[in-house]
Design a protein around this ligand. Structure first.
Ligand code: PLP
Length: 409
């Protein structure tokens, strides 16, 4: 029976290539039949440690029993009932209340969507309506999503050149560069920026950078939109990454881990700002399945667990252990932000070799969209000390295998 089941699964590989749209000519093709805790399992008994959390999603690991229970109970009660925003649905309300409880007073109103890129799109529309302005500033090497508005914010044109024309009126500043803040004028509707840059390779803001940015936005009446789709929900050692920097954005974007493994994103702002999208015209932004009740139930369960199990308080200690273990002559730079690391090597070739070594030894790591010289690590926050030691031993083994010549190059 098991053999029959496995052969059925095996046959999915050919079909995957034939019938599913591909994002690149070289998909990883890892076949997953089960996932628990920090592990993924393949059809032939393979076990992989997921050190990237499905790109920052599975903060509580896979198949967390409380999240699964919440999903099952909500699915049995009701799933979709009406487009977002019309009916009063307990999972959405409970989630919005939780956010309001844990966020500063001015971030008290939440609009729920499905994906991170939708949150970016919606926030851009909101900023246009609230300010009456049309131009935006984004940081170089930022990633805010792949739909056309969000993609317009990208500075490297590698991924966007073929899709022009995109939105006009987008300007770029260098992350952490104080001089560039002079580009923020009264013509700019919003600055949209990641609190910690992810796809650029885990770049944390310098001391006072975000305060200076906040002050410049306030001076020019420009909204500050912080994208914490990847950085939020405990990843950096605070529930929200901006808490560390003593500032409050006008608009906060959440996604990925926020959904507890289900598709969910949010735009959080003040009621005063949010209300502008609901009138003249009405239905300024609508989504059919955004804030899906099952996703919201998963999110509430994940949120409660993150808080009750004190997982965020353990992030600093676990980060310190990674830092202590990840010492090797091939590492040019180690950039941590809580349980999120960029391990910079000398070349993309080295990165590929280490990623392949890790995969062959049961550990999944990756690189970054705009930084292919760095290894990406973003393990589930539930990772244990023992698992960190095992993971680092495998990574160090991959680094040992790099030839001395390539390390010195
Ligand atoms: N913003 C940031 C910072 C991200 O890292 C991502 C995805 O990686 C997005 C937005 C887009 O989210 P999604 O892929 O859910 O559309």
């Amino acid at each position: 029976m098991i053999a029959y089941f496995c052969s059925m699964i095996q046959s999915h590989r050919a079909s995957f290539l034939q019938h599913l749209g591909q994002t690149s000519p070289f998909p990883l093709m890892l076949e997953v039949v089960d996932a628990r805790g920090i592990f993924l399992y393949g059809p032939n008994g393979e076990q992989w440690m997921d050190l990237i959390s499905g790109i920052g999603v599975n903060a509580l690991g896979h198949a967390d029993p409380d999240i699964v229970k919440a999903v099952q109970e909500q699915a049995a009660r009701f799933m979709h009932t009406m487009v977002y925003g019309e009916y009063v649905l307990a999972p959405q309300v409970l989630l919005a209340e939780l956010l309001a409880k844990h966020l500063p007073e001015s971030l008290n109103c939440t609009y729920l969507l499905g994906t991170g890129t939708e949150a970016t799109e919606m926030a851009m529309k909101l900023a246009k309506r609230y300010t009456g302005r049309r131009q935006f500033i984004a940081a170089e090497n930022a990633y805010h999503g792949s739909t056309q508005g969000a993609a317009s914010l990208m500075s490297p044109t590698t991924f966007t050149q073929a899709y022009r024309p995109l939105l006009p009126g987008i300007h770029h500043i260098r992350f952490n560069n104080l001089t560039d803040l002079d580009k923020i004028t009264k013509d700019i509707a919003a600055v949209i920026i990641e609190t910690v840059q992810g796809e650029a390779g885990v770049i944390v803001p310098h001391a006072n950078y975000l305060q200076a940015l906040r002050a410049k936005c306030a001076e020019t009446g420009t909204l500050l939109i912080l994208d914490e789709i990847q950085a939020g929900f405990g990843r950096t050692g605070n529930l929200f990454a901006f808490e560390k920097y003593g500032i409050v954005p006008d608009i906060l974007l959440l996604g990925k881990a926020f959904g507890g493994g289900m598709p969910l994103s949010a735009v959080v702002s003040s009621r005063e700002i949010m209300i502008t999208l609901s009138d003249q015209p009405i239905l300024g932004h609508i989504t059919t399945t955004g804030g899906h009740p099952v996703s919201c139930a998963a999110s509430v369960a994940a949120f409660n667990k993150l808080i009750s199990e004190n997982l965020i308080a353990q992030v600093a200690e676990k980060e310190a252990l990674f830092r202590q273990l990840l010492i090797h002559p091939a590492i040019r730079d180690l950039r941590p932000a809580g349980l999120w690391f960029a391990i910079e090597l000398a070349s993309f070739d080295q990165v590929q070799k280490v990623v392949a070594h890790c995969l062959a030894n049961g550990v999944i790591i990756d690189w970054f969209l705009f930084n292919d010289r760095s290894l990406r690590l973003a393990p589930p926050l539930i990772i244990t000390e023992e698992q960190i030691r095992v993971a680092c031993a495998v990574i160090l083994g991959g680094l040992d295998n790099l030839s001395q010549a390539s390390i010195n190059c």
